[in-house]
Design a binder for this molecule. Structure first.
Ligand code: CTP
Ligand code: MG
Length: 344
């Protein structure tokens, strides 16, 4: 049981609003930094095409989904012209020749092919900007989930503000590094979107459930249905709750911390952004896991599947502390603590 929070003051709520708005302004890229990423991609593609015939590169992940940090990595997907899928390709030898080619590029360093992972990639560092990047092959679902997230980001400015706030929060609390056994940024973004869909009235719709006619259109990629409603200018007409939620971003942020600490039953429910109805871990046979987050397209993929019990406790504690800190009004801001970090 959570200790009840004291009454919120309008003044403190304004401070939380400002903190949330500031996250995107401070950590998001400016126009120039967005252009730099496109420029690096273009330069890499031109270079690679001299070594690998028909190679095409596409940016995905946070460089494109609307939730990028200035220092976020470059997630790049490579495909070959005239070849729709990776079927029949020797991905490992392509990755190795890609690494060999990139080794000759004077603007890159630390080129490492990783072929033991589930998805083979080449990692690199772009010397001039210090940006890290990786190139994978035929990550088509990654491209589509990037577009889905970008669509949600463009529905309402509060979506981006909250996803930035969540990312900053997970970095500060050290719960946002998937390579060290935590959840990925992508997983936390899905948590924010799910909460915004479940809020009453909702801030965003379930785009995968809006369609013409009786049945959902089927657009198959890698065997999964990647359909979602993308004609966003028509959303006001198609979604009855459009514009109904008028909460401030600070109220929503505090609401999110309370949702995941007081209301949401992790044992009984899956965090699932593809449908409005609740989904239980039993239906998915994910009962051995406490945090279950279903990928919007690859329905076999539980983003919480790799978490250890220890890590789950660590993540839950961060949310509980966050709820207390953001939910307890103070008169000065930042609060006068000996060490700023202590309030997390
Ligand atoms: N992705 C995925 N499934 C995962 C992890 C990642 O499909 N389990 C895809 C998503 O499209 C994600 C992209 O890979 O956006 C890049 O992942 P990552 O770099 O970890 O996250 P970003 O969203 O790019 O955020 P960050 O700013 O932290 O790089
Ligand atoms: Mg990334």
């Amino acid at each position: 049981e959570m200790k009840p929070l004291p009454a919120m003051t309008p003044k403190f709520l304004k401070v939380i609003d400002q903190v949330c708005e500031q996250c995107q302004m401070d950590f998001g890229p400016d126009e120039l930094e967005v252009q730099v990423r496109e420029h690096i991609l273009q330069d890499l593609e031109t270079f690679i095409r001299r070594h690998i015939e028909g190679a095409r590169l596409k940016l995905f992940g946070s460089s494109k989904n609307g939730f990028g940090f200035k220092q976020s990595d470059l997630d790049i997907c490579m495909v070959l012209e005239g070849q729709d899928t990776a079927m029949g390709l020797d991905c490992i030898s392509i990755i190795l020749s890609l690494a060999r080619a990139l080794g000759k590029h004077s603007g890159l360093k630390n080129i490492i092919p990783i072929i033991t992972a589930k998805v083979p990639i080449v990692k690199f560092c772009h010397v001039k900007t210090g940006l890290e990047g990786d190139i994978s092959l035929y990550n088509r679902l990654g491209l589509h989930n990037t577009e889905l997230l970008a669509s949600y980001a463009s529905i309402d400015p509060r979506v981006r503000q909250l996803c930035y706030t969540m990312k900053v929060f997970t970095k500060v609390c050290d719960i946002g590094d998937a390579s060290r056994g935590s959840l990925s940024s992508y997983a936390y973004t899905l948590m924010v979107l799910f909460y915004l869909q479940q809020r009453e009235p909702p801030v965003i719709p379930v785009l995968q459930e809006i369609y013409d006619g009786q049945t959902k259109p089927e657009v198959l990629v890698e065997g999964w249905n990647i359909y979602f409603f993308s004609d966003l200018k028509d959303l006001p007409r198609r979604w009855p709750s459009y514009g109904q939620n008028r909460e401030s971003v600070g109220e929503l942020w505090l609401g999110l911390l309370r949702f995941y600490t007081e209301h949401f039953d992790f044992k009984e429910h899956v965090i699932c952004v593809r449908q409005k109805d609740t989904l239980s871990p039993f239906q998915k046979q994910w009962t051995s896991k406490y945090i279950t987050i279903e990928d919007p397209f690859d329905l076999h993929h539980n983003l919480g599947g790799g978490l250890s019990r220890r890590m789950i406790n660590f993540i839950m504690k961060a949310f509980i502390n966050g709820r207390r800190v953001f939910g307890t009004p103070v008169n000065t801001f930042p609060p006068e603590y000996p060490d700023k970090m202590e309030y997390f």
